[in-house]
Design a protein around this ligand. Structure first.
Ligand code: K7E
Ligand code: CUA
Length: 653
């Protein structure tokens, strides 16, 4: 054998060994990803590979979402959702006003509590952010490429949409359930007849691949107050868990009357079974008026679809659809650990957190270890399903999130602290005070299958003495806590807008890579778009006048308009012709009984003005767009009714 051959073989051996080592190394590096699908790996950024997050906080009674950077705590943006937003004309313009439609008419406000990121294979994927409206039950879907609300769906047969809009692991569904039980269908009955006439509903809203939502089904449940929810994951995939209080079914002075029972419930809902039952056609079509308001991507105009019925399931007819897990003391949050095995319920009047076991639950169901039933829903024995109780977890535990390293963090409102405990041993290992009266807490990915950990944000209700006072109403406060070590460390306080009950965070790069910088002017299908200065015009149709206006640095076309008359209804359809990032133009009309327009590049927005008296009225650009921004202005001449001043318009002609 020649030495050449020998050395060649050696080469092969060395190469092979190197390759094997390389593969081994790679496998080790990816070990933590091994239980994730390819799709999930694409969106997943492993802990340590990131240092910046978007932090999406609900606005509570502001009805909106606010966006912060983490770890800076700096406010970046308000995303209008359920409330009109004069800052950019959301809910005022002809294009966006339909977003606030409901079966009751247009509602300019709501109370939003829970932002929830869409997920792929149990990991937040940065496509959408869902958020609930409590007061007039709705769920909104925010597009995270534009940071705009793309869709709002109303939930019928519900009131106080609080256990919402928690997502299943592939955002197949977002859930909703009623906090206030109601006569379903609505009818005129005595409030004292609560026990016989009032019912709750649990609703599953289907999310299509393109994000479009519609109601898949509703489940009619006993008239308790359904409070919070989380979907199962891993082994508990296919189930969703809802807390309820007021199993006493009190209808007055709930603080006393709904605190009588030692235990209320976590309702475990088998949504796979519900899905099958619907597919088999075993449902009732029941009255339930609701609307879906959707942004048309091509026109960027919101359209409303009205619907009249929903598919309803009754647990009595479907054995195995729901089980009740007894849970102490009016539970609030219900949180599923990353493995999907443990379900922590936070009894807000308890001093401990009971943790249910999903596998024990299945065994108990098989063995029929029941403690009676409520309206056909079996109640499982507490001892049969409980995995452990976290003692000394603080007073008034509300919510729990997870760090992905085997620890859970519970907020305790009354003792005002975050308490860290170990999953499995249920021992408390650390605690840190919150200033003051913490509600929710939030860890990046903290309710998902793969939490990113690193930080925890405490969302506090009370700030007395933390910031400069601002009159009777003080800001709510968030506190950034480092959870990367054994001991939690307080890093930063920052004030928040409205009352952000909950917030979710995601590594910035997952969201950043999909950012929309401007809208293509060629693709603008708004029927009133003026896609160039030469396409601008003014048209009269009776007393309606349509101004097809264009805006580009630094003038409007047209900027002089004559021939408008008192009694006219003038539609300013303003198209921003810029094709560059960060060049919005504004449009404000003297005396208009509405908000301004803030028009993104390539987009058309419409303001309606009904001039009340003759004269000459200015309009101008509100967004500082160039050195000559202050020159970006124009005039409209308004003549008396019946005047013969001809319609004329132009810029510099
Ligand atoms: Cu404030 Cu989630 Cu509405 Cu608890 S909820 S704090
Ligand atoms: Cu356009 Cu300022």
């Amino acid at each position: 054998m020649s030495t050449l051959f020998k050395s060649k073989r050696m080469n092969w051996i060395v190469l092979f060994a190197a390759l094997a080592l390389f593969v081994l190394f790679q496998c080790q590096g990816q070990q933590q990803l091994s239980d994730m699908s390819e799709a999930a790996q694409k969106v997943y950024v492993a802990p340590g590979e990131y240092d910046e997050f978007y932090f999406f906080a609900s606005g509570g009674f502001s009805g909106n979402v606010t966006v912060y950077g983490l770890p800076s705590g700096r406010l970046l943006k308000t995303i209008p959702v359920f409330s009109q937003f004069p800052e950019n004309g959301y809910g005022y313009t002809e294009e966006t006003k339909n977003m606030l439609n409901t079966s009751y008419g247009s509602i300019p406000w709501d109370d939003a509590h829970h932002p929830e990121l869409s997920q792929t294979n149990g990991v937040p994927d940065g496509r959408w952010l869902f958020i609930n409206a409590n007061n007039t039950p709705r769920i909104a879907r925010i597009n995270l490429s534009t940071f705009e609300t793309d869709e709002i769906i109303q939930i019928p047969n519900s009131a106080g949409n609080h256990a919402s809009p928690f997502t299943t692991t592939n955002s197949e569904y977002v859930v909703a359930s009623t906090r206030f039980s109601l006569p379903i269908p609505q009818k005129d009955v005595s409030i004292k007849s609560y026990k016989e006439n009032f019912k709750g509903t649990i609703t599953f809203i289907k999310v299509a691949d393109n994000g479009e939502m519609d109601i898949a089904f509703q489940i009619l449940v006993p008239g308790f107050d359904y409070d919070l929810a989380h979907a199962g994951k891993g082994p508990s995939q296919g189930w969703a868990f809802f807390t309820c209080y007021n199993s006493e079914q009190a209808n007055t002075l709930l603080e006393v009357n709904a605190s009588q029972n030692d235990k209320d419930f976590v309702a475990a809902v088998n949504w796979k079974l519900a899905e099958q039952t619907i597919a088999d056609g075993k449902f009732k079509e029941v009255a339930g008026k609701y609307v879906i308001n959707r942004l048309d991507e091509k026109t960027r105009i919101v359209n409303t679809i009205a619907k009249k019925t929903v598919k309803v399931l009754s647990p009595k007819d479907i054995p195995g659809l729901i089980y009740y897990l007894p849970t102490p003391k009016s539970p609030h949050g219900v949180d599923v650990d990353p493995s999907g095995e443990y379900i922590a319920a936070n009894g807000k009047l308890a001093a401990e957190v009971p943790v249910h076991s999903f596998s024990k639950m299945l065994k108990a169901i098989d063995a029929k270890e029941f403690d009676g039933e409520v309206d056909g829903i079996p109640v499982l024995k507490y001892e049969s399903v409980i995995a452990g109780e976290v003692k000394n977890v603080g007073l008034g535990p509300l919510h729990t999130e997870f760090d992905g390293n085997g620890y859970a963090y519970t907020s305790a409102f009354i003792s005002s602290e975050v308490v860290k405990w170990k999953i499995g041993t249920w021992e408390v290992v650390d605690r840190i005070p919150a200033y003051y009266s913490i509600g929710h807490l939030s860890i990046p990915g903290g309710d998902s299958q793969k939490p990113w950990g690193k930080y925890l944000v405490a969302l506090n209700k009370i700030t007395k003495d933390r910031y400069l006072p601002t009159g009777p109403e003080l800001a709510q406060s968030a506190q950034l806590i480092d959870i990367s070590g054994d001991k939690m460390k307080l890093l930063l306080d920052f004030p928040t807008m409205g009352e952000p009950h909950y917030a979710q965070a995601i590594p910035a790069e997952i969201v950043m890579k999909n950012q929309k910088k401007y809208f293509s002017i060629e693709e603008n299908m708004n029927p009133y778009a003026a896609k160039g200065p030469d396409k601008t015009k003014v048209e009269r149709k009776g007393n309606e006048v349509h101004v097809y206006m264009a805006a580009i640095r630094t003038h409007f076309t047209p900027d002089n308009i004559e021939g408008i008359k008192v009694g006219d209804k003038v539609f300013f359809h303003v198209t921003n012709l810029e094709q560059d990032w960060d060049v919005p133009h504004g449009f404000a009309m003297h005396g208009a009984l509405t908000a301004e327009l803030l028009i993104m590049p390539g987009e058309t927005r419409t303001l309606v003005w009904q001039p009340q008296g003759e004269g000459v009225y200015p309009f101008y650009c509100t967004d500082f767009c160039s050195a000559l921004h202050q020159e970006m202005q124009g005039y409209v001449r308004v003549s008396p009714k019946g005047s013969n001043v001809p319609l004329s318009y132009g810029t510099n002609d």
